[in-house]
Write a protein that binds this ligand. Structure first.
Ligand code: SME
Length: 160
């Protein structure tokens, strides 16, 4: 099944989510609180979001992500840079838009129901990678340029 959200509806839902999140998080600097709130609001807003959350750069281990705040079914705990979709986004610092995760080399299947995903790097105001935002869908091809542009903008406005 392909994503059936109308493009205009998708854009307006992202605009709403960004407005709500900027208002709720105004003045908050705690990273865990910000990540938990972003995960919650996004997963409530979009029906096609099946797993929504953050993998955080582990300060104790070089080049490894560790699971952070999320909404959804059990996620794996650790992902090395360069592995799977999250690890590729972390290593390249570029958003990964994957229409069919089963075709992605090295994809890590935490939940076999996930069929497409988007992973967006989270960069702080010092230009350091602090995490990646991972959103999975049970449908194929759920994410497009609107998701990419909207989520990149949201990450920039909340975390940079
Ligand atoms: N799909 C991810 C792994 C994380 S989970 O889906 C929660 C990946 O390949 O990076």
């Amino acid at each position: 099944m392909e994503n059936t959200v109308q493009p205009d509806l998708k854009k307006s839902l992202y605009a709403e989510a960004e407005k709500e999140l900027l208002s709720i998080t105004e003045g908050e600097t705690n990273i865990t609180a910000l990540m938990a709130t972003v995960s919650c609001v996004l997963s409530e807003k979009f029906d096609y979001y099946f797993w929504t959350g953050f993998y955080v750069v582990d300060p104790q281990k070089e080049n490894e992500l560790v699971v952070g705040p999320y909404q959804g079914t059990l996620g794996c705990l650790r992902i090395p840079f360069g592995r799977g979709v999250c690890g590729t986004a972390a290593a390249s610092r570029e958003t990964q838009l994957v229409a069919d995760v089963h075709a992605f080399p090295g994809h890590i299947a935490c939940d076999s129901r996930s069929n497409s995903e988007i992973v967006v790097p989270v960069i702080n105001r010092d230009g350091q990678l602090i995490a990646v935002l991972d959103v999975d869908s049970v449908e194929y091809g759920s994410f497009d340029e609107t998701d990419r542009v909207s989520l990149e903008s949201l990450m920039q406005r909340i975390f940079a």
